[in-house]
Design a protein around this ligand. Structure first.
Ligand SMILES: Nc1nc2c(c(=O)[nH]1)N[C@H]1C(S)=C(S)[C@@H](COP(=O)(O)OP(=O)(O)OC[C@H]3O[C@@H](n4cnc5c(=O)[nH]c(N)nc54)[C@H](O)[C@@H]3O)O[C@H]1N2
Ligand SMILES: Nc1nc2c(c(=O)[nH]1)N[C@H]1C(S)=C(S)[C@@H](COP(=O)(O)OP(=O)(O)OC[C@H]3O[C@@H](n4cnc5c(=O)[nH]c(N)nc54)[C@H](O)[C@@H]3O)O[C@H]1N2
Ligand code: SF4
Ligand SMILES: [Mo]
Length: 732
């Protein structure tokens, strides 16, 4: 046996852990993964880093690796059949050219991918969309994730990214953790919170559930779901009313204080207590502790962003840092902890409807002129459509000329991960052209007219951006299966066939092109990444002495135009759909540690799959279980106005009796059958964290168990054996 050892970046969450792989080069297989000394992980890994590579062996547990382009040769109702790359590329380029000619470039929307592909493939995709198609309709899963953080912080601070680095978390003196469940979502980031506590930091956790962070916290603010803004405004109220702020910082480095003061005046702890269900004294104590340190850090996640007021909450959290001068030094500031391994990167690369790579606005004439010169064609000046509005623009376009006709879905699975799946299925059915580019059959692929199979993480090179702006290399570990191409090559071939040639030879060539167009990435060359291991942007010079920027806004100089932080705030409003007589409970949807997003990858890893399997669980307070007469492991039916599914009852006193929680990784227990499509008006992020639902006992458990088994077999048949597009939905 010949073995080699290679270091690469983990493909799951945004923690960006470095992994040392041992590879059997003769058998073309990974043998082992252990922690390597990365800047965020210090040699440690969570279970997904250690065991999450088995999907590369294609064990076909849940779904099947794609190894040939597939095409429905005789229209929508025909089966997907394997075709050559030439035929697939011709089909895609012909159909896109036709649709563009008939309906204009804005009738097409393409996604980037925050998962395996890497920054270079995202750069190539957005370049194709802008330069070849001629539209800014490019977006990706950041939209359904931290888009609220990007939009909110951009207004408040001028930069949407984490202001500090992962290692700095353990140097904080106060950590205000809100709507973020690190122990399940980013275990290696959560380790830093534990270490900070061990070093004496005071931990406050605001979460309606008693998460692991809540358990180790000094203070658990178990607020009512959907009340974040009332809490954040009230904290600002106390800081102002008790004069706990940093007056000099407010004066020198911020603007908008008077408006803030006026708005939060009514948010006394007593007023906020009525909305949040918290004790007013707890709110006061939290404000005092937070304001007492110059190393107070706020960490947040989806419990902040996935609400129809997500952007306003993000700004309200930034207000707290601005009021107390908690910016511009080590171990202070704000941490919207980006979720996916490369969601920071897909944003960095401009897979967004309003930005070119490097956060250069598509509406800024100077930026546009620069990209037009580099790419050699005129570029559109109108901001593109966000992907959460695709259903609206397919099913009920504001006028016919604005209808979306073609959707190129690259490394995302909206038929599983988007809110309100019934509407998404209708959307996919109605689209004239659905292109899926993936490594696995997934739920969306069943609606595709054509499927383009790509190399996976582990089979290609590139760069990811971790949650804290750290560029890190990913490296090819094994040879890909015959029949697949790299993501960037697939897109380049289509572009070339459509008359806009792209002839890249490798990822370094793409990287060099893009960093030269982005002043804040310019110094992060492959050569330097090789030497330094990681580089956090901004990094402006290729000189080795420029090692990047661990924390942003040094000395209170913000990235806004005038360098000032901006106070900005709004009134709290209740979530869009609240409990009612028919649907008396709140449904919130979250994550679990062993499985990842749509599960094509972790669901195909033997060790991880053995931890949990279909149809997943609904977390219910024991009181609620008693009331409904259901017990641990029993199958229950859960429904909302929009749909239903079957899952297992998990009694736990970590949740309150009036709210139930599901994770969105399950295909049978698919909580997105229930979730609501309402969006934050600015970020367009869905309200995944709040809708009304009902849980019902199923008397005939034998029937329900059989239903689950049948559904599982249907999924596997659709994914692994036949490519019949019917029967991919739910059984009757
Ligand atoms: N109810 C509910 N729903 C949610 C959420 C929630 O909290 N509640 N969270 C939302 C959030 S934050 C997110 S980010 C989304 C994530 O949702 P998605 O982005 O849809 O899910 P992923 O599992 O990350 O991956 C999508 C696809 O990428 C493919 N893929 C992986 N690597 C590669 C590659 O190298 N090349 C190609 N071409 N394809 C690849 C995978 O096989 C998979 O099919 O889900 C959202 N959905
Ligand atoms: N194992 C695993 N890890 C993952 C993922 C995965 O699928 N599996 N997905 C990755 C992705 S894409 C992302 S974006 C990150 C997300 O990681 P997190 O941000 O941790 O996401 P969630 O677990 O969805 O939600 C966080 C917390 O918000 C709480 N919450 C719900 N409603 C409210 C509310 O009204 N107020 C407050 N304060 N809190 C509330 C929930 O109880 C939950 O504990 O995880 C990443 N890591
Ligand atoms: S914490 Fe995230 S990046 Fe690190 S090993 Fe686990 S899944 Fe991978
Ligand atoms: Mo996410």
């Amino acid at each position: 046996m010949t073995t080699k050892q290679i270091v690469s970046t983990c493909v799951y969450c945004g923690a960006g852990c470095q992994i040392l792989f041992t590879v059997d080069t003769e058998a073309n297989r990974i043998l082992e993964a252990t922690g390597s000394e990365g800047h965020s992980n210090d040699g440690t890994l969570c279970l997904k880093g250690r065991y999450g590579w088995d999907f590369l062996n294609d064990p076909q547990i849940l779904t099947k690796r794609l190894t040939s382009p597939l095409l429905r040769k005789n229209g929508r109702q025909s089966d997907l059949t394997p075709v050559s790359w030439d035929e697939a590329v011709n089909f895609v380029s012909q159909r896109l050219t036709d649709i563009k000619k008939t309906h204009g470039p804005d009738s097409i929307l393409c996604t980037g991918s925050a998962r395996g592909p890497g920054n270079e493939a995202n750069y190539v995709m957005q370049k194709f969309v802008r330069a070849c198609l001629g539209t800014n309709n490019v977006d990706h899963c950041a939209r359904i994730c931290h888009a609220a953080s990007v939009a909110g912080l951009l207004v408040s601070l001028g930069s949407g990214a984490m202001s500090l680095s992962v290692p700095e978390i353990e140097e904080a003196e106060v950590i205000f953790n809100i709507g973020y469940n690190g122990p399940d979502s980013h275990p290696i980031v959560a380790r830093r919170i534990v270490r900070a506590r061990q070093k004496g930091a005071y931990i406050i956790c605001a979460d309606p559930r008693r998460t692991e962070t809540a358990r180790i916290a000094h203070k658990h603010l178990q607020l009512k779901g959907g009340s974040n803004l009332a809490l954040a405004n009230s904290l600002a109220h106390v800081i102002i009313a008790e004069n706990l702020g940093d007056q000099a910082f407010i004066k020198d480095h911020t603007k908008g204080f008077d408006e803030l003061k006026k708005l939060v005046q009514k948010y006394t702890p007593e007023y906020a207590a009525r909305i949040t269900g918290l004790n007013p004294d707890e709110i006061r104590a939290t404000a005092r502790i937070y304001a007492a340190s110059k190393h107070s850090v706020i960490l947040w996640g989806m419990g902040v962003c996935q609400f129809s007021q997500g952007v306003e909450v993000v700004k309200a959290l930034a207000n707290l840092g601005l009021l107390t001068g908690n910016f511009g030094r080590r171990a202070t500031g704000v941490g919207p902890v980006r979720g996916q391994n490369n969601v920071q990167g897909a944003c960095d690369m401009g897979a967004l409807p309003n930005y070119y790579p490097g956060y250069q606005s598509v509406t800024d004439p100077a930026a546009r002129a620069k990209f037009e010169a580099a790419w050699g064609v005129p570029l559109p000046d109108k901001v593109g459509l966000t992907l959460t509005r695709v259903p609206e623009f397919v099913l009920h376009p504001p006028d016919k000329s604005k209808q979306i006709r073609a959707y190129w879905i690259f490394g995302e699975d909206p038929a599983q991960s988007d809110a309100y799946l019934a509407e998404m299925r209708e959307t996919l059915e109605k689209l004239e052209l659905v292109i899926v580019q993936d490594i696995y059959m997934n739920k969306t692929a069943q609606y595709a007219d054509v499927i383009l199979p790509s190399t996976s993480w582990g089979e290609h090179d590139g760069v990811y951006s971790a949650c804290d702006r750290a560029f890190q290399r990913i490296r090819k570990l094994i040879e890909p299966p015959a029949g697949v191409l790299t993501d960037w090559e697939i897109i380049s071939r289509v572009s070339t066939a459509m008359g806009y040639p792209m002839k890249y030879r490798n990822t370094e060539e793409i990287w060099n092109e893009l960093i030269n167009l982005c002043p804040s990435f310019k110094g992060a060359t492959y050569e330097k990444l090789e030497k330094l291991g990681h580089i956090q942007w901004p990094c402006r010079s290729a000189d080795l002495s420029d090692v990047g920027t661990p924390f942003l806004h040094r000395d209170g100089n913000f990235a806004t135009k005038d360098g000032k932080g901006v106070f900005s705030c709004a009134e709290w409003q209740p979530p869009v759909e609240v409990e009612n007589a028919e649907y008396p409970l709140t449904l919130s949807t979250v994550r679990e540690v062993g499985h990842y997003s749509v599960r094509t990858m972790t669901g195909n890893c033997r060790t991880l799959r053995n931890l949990e399997d279909e149809p997943g669980w609904v977390q219910m307070n024991p009181k609620l279980c008693n009331q409904l007469g259901v017990y641990h492991g029993q199958l229950v039916k859960i429904s909302s106005k929009r749909g239903w599914c079957i899952t297992r009852c998990l009694p736990t006193d970590r949740v309150k009796p009036d709210a139930v929680y599901m994770t969105y990784q399950w295909w049978i227990g698919a909580c997105n059958e229930l979730t609501i499509g309402s969006l934050d008006p600015i970020s367009n992020t869905p309200e995944y964290k709040y809708c009304a639902c009902r849980v019902e006992k199923i008397d005939n458990q034998a029937w329900a168990e059989k239903y689950v088994q049948n559904e599982y077999q249907t999924i596997r048949r659709n994914m692994a054996v036949t490519f019949d597009r019917k029967g991919g939905g739910k059984a009757a």
